[in-house]
Design a protein around this ligand. Structure first.
Ligand code: FPP
Length: 243
């Protein structure tokens, strides 16, 4: 039977705005709670011994939101990085980002570089924030880089393989997600890791992100292991029928 393995969980944290609106509060209130939940889930995943956690914090499309909301999300990110870096270091968490980071305000770019540098030698959870990230843009960038190498005769056409493509994506340091969770009842990938998600299990939770807890996270993981086990039994049966 295939051994169940869960090395990489990625989360599309959705529903902050709706959570706040249900309480007659501004959307920013939902983002504050959402950031707290992100912090808790990161700690929980690290303590549980997960190898990779990726959080979709800001998409390329999110730039189209009202200016005040975008600035607020940037402020939250900046605050998170400045306040949490020491904790990440202590907890042996390595921090990384994927996305078009050069589009971010300079102070955030610096904060990101600083946190990356200070956690670079950590060997526990590999935590990736997707910020100003879009999967189509990522794929286009990879294709442009590969085209450049082809033009310069550095590679042949038949060297353009899946593994070459994978190595040119922003996620080249991490394995494909085994499990992608999206909260708030939306059932879309929304331009998130479309190449990497080819074989990922998808879990759509009705819970709004600010209400998401460690218990919900564990439930998603348990559900993943159940699916894996079923898959194992089917393989087992097929193998027997060949005998
Ligand atoms: C989706 O909710 C959430 C976002 C666009 C931002 C995610 C950001 C955070 C959780 C906070 C920042 C994180 C850290 C760790 C500093 P939504 O606004 O799309 O909600 P809605 O669909 O209900 O409108």
């Amino acid at each position: 039977m295939m051994a169940a393995r869960l090395e990489h969980v990625a989360i599309i944290m959705d529903g902050n705005g709706r959570w706040a609106q249900l309480r007659n509060k501004p959307r920013t209130y939902g983002h504050i709670k959402g950031a707290r939940v992100a912090k808790k889930i990161i700690t929980h995943a690290a303590n549980a011994g997960l190898k990779n956690l990726t959080l979709y914090a800001f998409s390329t499309e999110n730039w189209l939101r009202p200016h005040e909301e975008v600035s607020f999300l940037m402020l939250l990110l900046n605050r998170y990085l400045r306040k949490e870096t020491d904790n990440l270091v202590k907890k042996n968490i390595r921090f990384d980002v994927i996305g078009e980071i050069t589009k971010l305000p300079k102070d955030i770019q610096q904060a990101i570089e600083n946190t990356k540098k200070l956690t670079a030698r950590n060997t526990g959870l590999y935590l990736t924030f997707a910020i100003s990230y879009g999967s189509r843009q990522e794929i286009l960038l990879a294709v442009q880089n590969i085209a450049e190498k082809f033009k310069n005769n550095e590679i042949d056409k038949n060297q353009i393989t899946e593994s070459l493509m994978t190595s040119h994506l922003m996620t080249s340091q991490i394995p494909d997600p085994d499990l992608i969770i999206r909260t708030s009842g939306e059932t879309r990938l929304s331009n998130f890791m479309m190449w990497q998600a080819s074989y990922s299990e998808l879990y759509f939770s009705e819970t709004l992100w600010p209400d998401f807890t460690e218990i919900h996270f564990d439930r998603c993981c348990q559900n993943y292991f159940q699916r894996e086990r079923r898959y194992g039994r089917v393989i087992g049966k097929n193998e027997e029928s060949f005998v």
